[in-house]
Write a protein that binds this ligand. Structure first.
Ligand code: ADP
Length: 499
């Protein structure tokens, strides 16, 4: 335990932080085989928040064995309805522990407590309830055959949707609990078993979730949670020969490593990767909504969203007005520790991220971009960066091309809507896009032309358990949420009987 004042936090959270946290393998809380632990930090102070068992290859091996045994045993025998009830119960248990999760998320990740309480935690609970319903609805088809070389034969043919098996899930630090829910919900609904590796920066809420998984009554080994570093525990999981599928959310760079690691046993891979999403404001937009909309598209979660609206394209005649509005919004954001009820934006998650974002700010300045707001880190304790709006950019600048993953938007004017689509699509990523206009035909025409997995019209960052989310181009493979995600976790068996 570090030096944060536990008097500030909910007493249940204080006692959770006081003890070194163990990992969940085969229904039991255990230390790492190596006995090692690692610290997780409070990003608003840089001080140690808690210590956590450090998983590595040996722990991943044990977790995979437990997941295999559960897959072939109790979990497989359970009826879909029983499975669904457990998943629903987990959602309700999350709701019953909103405060603890909100505090853990705020302390470990840095996000405002108010946001964790209003968004991260309830969305996670809802995801489980949405997925609970799918457990009983994974149907195949009956298929009429016309086999030319057996003209008189009759067949009964049907398909079964079966779970892919043991799944490794590697998640990032930006929405620690919610990403665990996005991954676990569909895996459990389809009857897979899981080894989950939370991000080393933010392992605490996943471990708290592990307690509720046991309390809900999931059989041992169905969900195993192994905290640890990416290059060790993560890499061992991605390469494991007895893991049937890996689901990853994180950087595109690590996504490539995951794909390579998966080649050993050709495990299935789904990826949710980076983004550099265009957000387009037309002159006919309702600017009273578009301006705060464009600001929150980038500044929500401190810009640490893979779908952040980080390239703002504004029609020339309203460019100055929109940039001024977004810059004003940025300047007024109250930056501070997540637990402070006045805070609207917390610190970035780590010193590494603060340095990374600041190096982009320096690169932008060196290449000639100007800051209409922000532009620097906040000096003093903690990993704070000013909400930043950059103008005078060119398409070839690093700040325009690359994902910054921080509170930094580049604003660029356009005059001819026809040249806009190629500019918006001029990026290796294709995760999301925003369009602000009152012209519904224009909005839907653009939605058709933008190469992105999600297009928001007159809104941004709207998520729902029923709405599929995922990337075009180098933003990923497969979709999360909605019924589409079930494809990631099932495989089809065709059964053909001569009758
Ligand atoms: P970021 O750079 O934003 O921290 P990463 O893509 O590195 O994002 O991290 C996302 C997740 O991937 C984390 O859980 C991390 O531990 C894990 N990870 C990082 N490197 C590897 C790797 N080589 N193999 C498997 N997982 C990894």
């Amino acid at each position: 335990m570090g030096t944060i004042s536990l008097a500030q936090v909910d007493p249940r959270v204080a006692s959770f932080l006081e003890k070194p946290r163990q990992m969940l393998i085969n229904g039991k809380w255990v230390d790492a085989v190596s006995g090692k632990t690692f610290p997780t930090y409070d990003p608003s102070t840089g001080e140690v928040l808690a210590t956590v068992a450090e998983g590595d290859r040996a722990d991943i091996d044990l977790a995979v064995k437990a997941a295999r045994k559960a897959f072939e045993g109790k979990w497989r025998k359970m009826s879909p309805s029983e499975r669904g009830k457990l998943i629903w119960k987990l959602g309700d248990l999350i709701d019953a522990h909103v405060e603890e999760f909100a505090y853990l998320e705020s302390l470990d990740n840095g996000k405002p407590l108010t946001i964790a309480r209003a968004a991260d935690v309830p969305l996670a609970a809802e995801l489980f309830r949405y997925m609970a319903g799918w457990a009983t609805k994974l149907e195949g088809n009956t298929i009429p055959l016309s086999v030319p070389y057996t003209p008189s034969a009759k067949y009964l043919s049907y398909t079964l949707r079966e779970p892919v098996g043991v799944v490794g899930q590697i998640i990032p630090w930006n929405f620690p609990l919610l990403m665990a829910a996005w991954k676990l919900g569909p895996a459990l609904a389809t009857g897979c078993t899981v080894v989950l590796k939370p991000a080393e920066q933010t392992p605490l809420s996943a471990l708290k979730l592990g307690e509720l998984i046991l309390e809900a009554g999931f059989p041992e080994g169905v969900v195993n949670i192994v905290p640890g570093y990416g290059e060790t525990a993560g890499a061992a999981l991605a390469a494991h020969m007895d893991v049937d599928k890996i689901a990853f959310t994180g950087s595109t760079e690590v996504g490539r490593l995951i794909v390579n690691a998966a080649t050993g046993n050709l495990k299935r891979v789904s990826l949710e990767l980076g983004g550099k999403s265009p957000n387009v404001v037309f002159k006919d937009a309702d600017l009273d909504k578009a301006i705060p909309g464009a600001a929150s598209a980038i500044f929500f979660n401190h810009g640490q969203c893979c779908c952040a609206g980080s390239r703002l394209y504004v029609e020339k005649s309203v460019f100055d007005q929109v940039v001024e509005g977004v810059a004003d919004y940025a300047k007024k954001i109250k930056v501070g520790p997540g637990l402070d009820s006045a805070t609207e934006m917390g610190p970035l998650v780590s010193l590494e991220q603060q340095n990374r974002v600041c190096s982009y700010l320096e690169s932008g300045a060196a290449q000639g971009a100007k800051a209409a707001a922000g532009g620097h880190k906040v000096s003093g304790k903690g990993y704070f960066v000013e909400p930043t709006v950059l103008v005078d950019t060119r398409a070839d600048m690093k700040v325009v091309q690359e994902e910054i993953f921080g509170p930094v938007v580049v604003a660029m004017p356009f005059s001819d809507p026809a040249e806009l689509v190629p500019r918006a699509n001029d990026n290796v990523y294709g995760l999301a896009a925003g369009i602000w206009t009152r012209d519904i035909s224009k909005a839907h025409r653009m939605a058709d032309q933008i190469a992105a997995g999600t297009v928001w019209i007159n809104c941004y960052n709207i998520f729902d358990a029923a709405l599929p989310f995922g990337g075009y181009k180098q933003s990923g493979w497969g979709r999360e949420m909605g019924h589409e995600v079930l494809n990631n976790y099932t495989q089809t068996k065709a059964v053909c009987a001569r009758i």
